[in-house]
Design a binder for this molecule. Structure first.
Ligand SMILES: [Zn+2]
Length: 253
C-alpha cells in the first residue's frame, strides 16, 4: 500500500513531456520496451532522441557472421525501426556488447548528453528488474539513473562545463522493462506501429521467433488493460529525480 507521504512527491505525467532522451543498451530494446508509447508521444509532437549504448555485436547465434557486418546491419535496423516510431536523432556510444560496460564512463557519457540535449524526460530500462541476467541492461539503467540524479550539479563531471555546457536535471525518468509499473499508457492506436518496428530487427527476430515475441508482448499489453475501450497498454515506472535517492518507498510509488 502506498504510504501517505508519497503524495508529497507526485509521479510526473509522462504524457506532458515534450522532449525525450531514450536510452537503450542494445539496438532493439526501445521498441520492445516502449515502442508504442514512443509512437504515441511522437504523434502528439514530442521530440524523441535515441541513445544506443552498445554496438550490439553479441546479438547472434550464427558463428559465421562477420561482427562488423552485424554491427552495421543492426544500426540500419535501428534507424529504420526508430524512424517508424518517430525518432528524430540517433546517438551511438558503440561500447562493446556483452556485459563489459564501464559504469562510471557510461554515466559520464550520458550526463554529457543530458546536458547537451536537455530533455524533459529520460527513458531507460529498469536496472532493478528482478532476474535480469544481462548486465548491459542493469549497468545502462543504473548509469542513466545516476546521470539523471547528478547532471544538475556543477561539480559532477565539471569538464562538461569547461566545454560550455550547463548543469541540467531532467524533470522525470521513465523505466521500461519494469516489474514495478506505476504508469499505464493506452497505446491502442499505436500498437501496430510497435509490431512493425520490431519486425525491422530482422537480424534478431524472424519467422517463429518474431511471432512468439510479438504474441508475448501483445498478451502482456492486453493483460494490463482494465477497460473495454482500451485494447493495449504499455506499463512504465515513472519517477521524479527526487525519487531516485534515499526514498525507501520509491518502489511503492
Ligand atoms: Zn538488450
Amino acid at each position: 500500500m502506498k504510504p501517505k507521504y508519497c503524495d508529497l512527491l507526485p509521479i510526473p505525467d509522462i504524457l506532458s513531456a515534450k522532449s525525450f532522451l531514450c536510452i537503450q543498451p542494445h539496438p532493439d530494446d526501445m521498441e520492445i520496451g516502449a515502442g508504442a508509447t514512443l509512437a504515441r508521444l511522437s504523434k502528439a509532437g514530442a521530440n524523441i532522441i535515441y541513445l544506443t549504448i552498445t554496438d550490439g555485436s553479441v546479438g547472434t547465434y550464427d558463428p559465421n557472421i562477420e561482427t562488423e557486418n552485424l554491427v552495421k546491419t543492426r544500426r540500419g535496423e535501428t534507424e529504420k525501426s526508430g524512424s517508424l516510431v518517430g525518432v528524430k536523432d540517433f546517438l551511438w556510444l558503440d561500447y562493446p556488447d556483452g556485459g563489459t560496460l564501464p559504469l562510471e564512463e557510461v554515466r559520464s557519457d550520458i550526463t554529457h548528453i543530458i546536458r547537451k540535449y536537455r530533455p524533459e524526460a529520460v527513458m531507460v530500462c529498469d536496472p532493478w528488474l528482478p532476474y535480469e541476467a544481462h548486465s548491459d541492461h542493469t549497468k545502462t539503467g543504473l548509469a542513466a539513473a545516476e546521470a539523471c540524479l547528478l547532471s544538475g550539479m556543477p561539480n559532477f563531471c565539471p569538464a562538461d562545463l569547461q566545454e560550455g555546457l550547463k548543469p541540467y536535471s531532467p524533470d522525470m525518468v521513465a523505466f521500461y522493462y519494469t516489474a514495478y509499473p506505476n504508469t499505464f499508457i493506452d497505446v491502442s492506436q499505436s500498437w501496430d506501429i510497435k509490431l512493425e518496428a520490431i519486425d525491422c530487427h530482422k537480424s534478431q527476430f524472424s519467422g517463429v521467433k518474431a511471432d512468439k515475441l510479438k504474441s508475448l508482448l501483445t498478451a502482456r499489453a492486453e493483460s494490463w488493460s482494465d477497460d473495454q475501450d482500451t485494447l493495449y497498454v504499455e506499463a512504465l515506472k515513472v519517477l521524479s529525480i527526487e525519487h531516485l535517492h534515499i526514498i525507501e518507498d520509491t518502489w511503492h510509488c
